[in-house]
Design a protein around this ligand. Structure first.
Ligand code: NDP
Ligand code: OXD
Length: 309
């Protein structure tokens, strides 16, 4: 019997209990899935940032902590966590992010806001350019950045991506490192942030890098709030250098009701809904990792503690 502790918040239990049990059965795993197991007898922990579990020290026989979230900044530097940590890479989450990013890009590309705002009776034809004339840059070419880059390039957009290590991706101009960042920003009519929250990515968008964007660029941030220096973005919006920003993630969540982003005419706020982990597909990812752990095979989606993602 494999003891799996569901420490991902009781609010997630209803959604996950049955898909997890089905996935364990499909993987031929004999699992006792529970909201409470004695620490010494716990083999795996399913975790989410809302978890009450913060001290992993008593779980000395635990073989891995399996996060339901892609971003692991809330757990990665927990000193009591000495076992392997796997983040979530879920086809359902990825598809959700592709749809959310594509939708918000098309809003900007087609200038849908202008159509919505046109007063009745005014006939003012303004044809948008084709996708092939539009440059989109994605900072972060990981699981999500790459999926978005591929989808956008398949729609015909000119896509540039930026990552830490060099990459090759069909029909995507790939850049990396500090010089690569400047190149990626300089063409970005629409900029998408899909970097993790790490010390190295903090304030990636600041006064200097915002100034490297073309006049009237638009920004879409489904990555993390920490990627943006908020005061610098507000200045860039107020001075019209940046035309609009769509922000899904914030340094403080929920975004306080008094935050200037809420009422800003050039900002769209969404409440961290860009892409949710989907219980049915994510449960299969969890089951596969437990199968691997039991078979002493390498775990999938291991977090590199030194880089923080
Ligand atoms: P990955 O770890 O697969 O990809 C991260 C990418 O960022 C990689 O390309 C990596 O480069 C790059 N990167 C990291 N640090 C740097 C750096 N210092 N300089 C340049 N590039 C860097 O993550 P995912 O694609 O799965 O997810 C990205 C983020 O999206 C998550 O960390 C999370 O914050 C956010 N997210 C938001 C959601 C939402 O609903 N709003 C939902 C899910 C995720 P390299 O390839 O060289 O390693
Ligand atoms: C995640 C998120 O990291 O939802 O999974 O932001």
């Amino acid at each position: 019997m494999i003891n799996v502790l569901f420490a991902a918040g009781t609010e997630n239990w209803t959604d996950y209990q049955s898909p997890l049990i089905q996935a364990f059965q499909a993987a031929d795993l004999d699992v006792d899935l529970s909201l409470s197991h004695a620490p010494q007898q716990t083999d795996y922990i399913i975790y989410a940032p809302s978890s009450d579990l913060q001290d992993f020290a008593p779980y000395q026989n635990c073989k891995a902590v399996l996060s339901l979230w892609a971003g692991v900044e809330k757990i990665v530097s927990n000193q009591s966590l000495t076992m392997p940590l796997c983040r979530m890479v879920d086809p359902g989450l990825t598809q959700g992010m592709v749809e959310w990013v594509t939708g918000h890009c098309l809003r900007y590309h087609l200038n849908i806001d202008a159509s919505l705002a046109t007063p009745n009776g005014i006939w003012q034809p303004k044809v948008p350019p084709l996708a092939q004339e539009r440059h989109i840059t994605i900072l972060g070419l990981g699981q999500l950045g790459q999926a978005c880059a591929i989808a956008l390039s398949q729609l015909g957009f000119q896509v540039t991506g930026w990552s830490r290590s060099p990459k090759t991706l069909a029909n995507v101009t790939c850049t990396h490192g500090q010089d690569g960042l400047q190149q990626a920003l300089s063409t970005a009519e629409i900029l998408i942030l899909l970097l993790p929250n790490t010390p190295a990515t903090d304030n990636t968008l600041n006064a200097k890098t915002l100034a490297q964007l073309p006049q009237s660029a638009r920004i879409i941030n489904p990555g993390r709030g920490s990627l943006i220096e908020d005061a610098a973005l507000l200045d860039a919006l107020n001075s019209d250098h940046i035309a609009h920003a769509t922000l899904d993630v914030f340094r403080q969540e929920p975004l306080p009701a008094t935050d200037p982003y809420w009422a800003h005419p050039k900002v769209t706020v969404t409440p961290h809904i860009a892409a949710d982990t989907r219980a049915s597909t994510a449960s299969q990812v969890i089951a596969e990792n437990i199968r691997r752990g039991q078979a002493q095979q390498p775990l999938l989606h291991l977090v590199d503690r030194s880089s923080g993602y």
